[in-house]
Design a protein around this ligand. Structure first.
Ligand SMILES: NC(=O)c1ccc[n+]([C@@H]2O[C@H](COP(=O)([O-])OP(=O)(O)OC[C@H]3O[C@@H](n4cnc5c(N)ncnc54)[C@H](O)[C@@H]3O)[C@@H](O)[C@H]2O)c1
Length: 381
């Protein structure tokens, strides 16, 4: 067990302090815990200990991942070689991990969020606040539902989001990057989240646009798949830049069609253009899409995920499917050729070359271009 577990707090001095739990312990989850833990040691308004819920698994050595994290202070599977901070305590019991905390940081692949919320509903503090670092959305019968909305609806708590140009391994090595916190109304809460995450090498800014920030983080993974196809086809940087430009236009138009409140400036924050660039240059979605093309589509994305990502999850393919469902339900497929084509290629209905034929030679529809420059509240169809 980590020595920190033996530490007993003086109730009087700690009762007003916020307690933080990070729900998730993958690559980004572990880095988030490390960032937060470095700050809770310094900031008097936070309890020093940071709980990190670990989806328990048995390592090839036969040991439990959570026990190894607590013994070594390292997530040997998802973030090897990086110390998390002695005040990070791994807990495989989700209900126990969240019970006492008033600040809940959600950071798991989006497909697990419904199940996590079901497990902890009614078991969290009434004054809890949430932030979602999860990139993705759910498509339900009555339309798309962002992860922050699932958290708020299922748990009855306020939920901010944090997204940005944040390849986790680079932040783990303390290389400089920026991030954006999206908040709804309460700026004070947003500022508390900024305080919790901000470090000299991780610069966080708040914007009042939850959906805009979250959709940027979600949709850029679909564009990154397209960028990976272009890399697999060895089309070069100019073609990739074209894909990124058209992708950004589709991201903005799609976001504004879904939520009239989305702000234009959000796309210039770290969560927007900066995240799009980093994900299309590095990132696992680009990498696996490139491999998909190089293997002539003979290996499915599921196989490539298992082979190339060592337990990490690929979000872009699932998001492309979810976006396609929305486009098809609403009759928008022709308006968003890049998003639609990415899904068609992923499922084998189109060859990877369609990413160039269908997209690069077709300018975005005039309607989409117009939508991108329309004031937010006039954008709804
Ligand atoms: N890794 C990055 O660079 C990065 C950066 C920014 C945002 N994100 C986003 O953060 C979120 C989490 O990604 P990550 O990189 O921390 O995870 P990851 O892909 O590295 O790891 C997968 C995680 O899912 C867990 N898991 C597996 N099966 C599960 C189940 N049935 N229920 C619950 N959990 C299960 C695993 O234990 C592991 O912790 C994603 O939405 C991702 O898009 C990732």
């Amino acid at each position: 067990m980590a020595p920190f577990l033996d530490h007993v707090d003086d109730e009087e001095t700690t009762s007003n302090k916020s307690r933080v739990t990070v729900i998730g312990s993958g690559n980004w989850g572990s880095v988030a815990a490390k960032l937060i833990a470095s700050n809770t040691l310094k900031l008097p308004s936070f309890h020093e200990e940071v709980k990190m819920w670990v989806f328990e698994e048995t390592l090839p050595s036969g040991e439990k991942l959570s026990a190894v994290v607590n013994e070594t202070n390292e997530n040997v599977k998802y973030l090897p070689g990086i110390k998390l901070g002695k005040n990070v305590v791994a807990d495989p019991d989700l209900e126990h991990a969240v019970r006492d905390s008033d600040m809940l940081v959600f950071v798991t692949p989006h497909q697990f969020m419904e199940g996590i919320c079901k497990t902890i509903v009614g078991k969290i503090r009434k004054d809890a606040q949430a932030i979602s670092l999860v990139k993705g959305m759910e498509v339900k019968k009555d339309g798309p539902c962002m992860v922050s909305a699932i958290i708020s609806e299922k748990l009855g708590i306020n939920c901010c989001v944090l997204m940005g140009a944040n390849i986790a391994n680079e932040i783990a090595e303390e290389k400089f990057s920026e991030a954006t916190v999206g908040y709804r109304e309460n700026k004070k809460t947003a500022e508390k989240w900024v305080q919790l995450f901000n470090t000299p090498f991780f610069s966080v800014s708040p914007v009042q646009d939850v959906e805009g920030v979250e959709l940027c983080g979600t949709l850029k993974n679909v564009v990154a798949i397209a960028a990976g196809f272009v890399d697999g086809l060895e089309m070069g940087n100019n073609t990739k830049a074209a894909i990124m430009r058209i992708g950004l236009i589709e991201m903005k138009a799609f976001s504004k069609l879904l939520f009239g409140s989305v702000k234009d400036n959000t796309f210039f924050e770290s969560c927007g253009v900066a995240d799009l660039i980093t994900t299309c240059l590095g990132g696992r979605n680009r990498k696996c899409a490139e491999a998909f093309v190089k293997n002539d589509g003979k290996k499915s994305f599921d196989e490539l995920e298992a082979e190339m990502l060592q337990g990490q999850k690929l979000q872009g393919v699932l998001t492309a499917k979810e976006v396609y469902e929305v486009l098809s339900d609403r009759g928008w497929l022709e308006l968003f050729p890049l998003f639609a084509t990415v899904h068609e290629i992923c499922v084998g209905r189109l060859p990877p070359t369609a990413i160039v034929k269908n997209i690069v030679h077709t300018s975005p529809a005039p309607f989409i271009m117009e939508l991108c420059s329309t004031p937010p509240n006039e954008a709804i169809m």
